[in-house]
Design a protein. Sequence first.
Length: 159
Amino acid sequence: MRIDIDTGARSLTVYGADEQVLARFDDISVGRGGVAAVHYKGDHSTPLGHYRIVAVHRPHRYDTFYELDYPTPVHAELAYAAGRLKATARAAIDAAHAAGHRPPSNTALGGGIGIHGIGQGSLAVHQAFNWTNGCVALTNEQLHSLGEWAVPGTAVDIR
């Protein structure tokens, strides 16, 4: 099973083991900073890439929060090559991933990227704007449906 997030189409699709579509949610929101190859702390962009859900936090201010393993070694390498990440931070991210741990969130790449609902926020704002700080947001109703499949270890692609 995997989750595919198409930022251009503003959709999230859940695929089963045989690649059949199990669910599709439209009108999702991403970061108000748009999408980027690498998310940097404070830029409000949603990072593109391949992830795993590492934790489920509920209750949460946005209803439920499916935490992703951002930043990945790929993001660390891109940021390091761009001169925006120190070698020690890159090594810490790589080591965390190799050990199966959450990557550190105290680097220039930040952390706390995931999939969540709108909580007590405005449905009208959600439908009209990309409003998150870098996450992917669904309506609370969509998020509850997603919960049938979204568990730690689930693959998530953001493209």
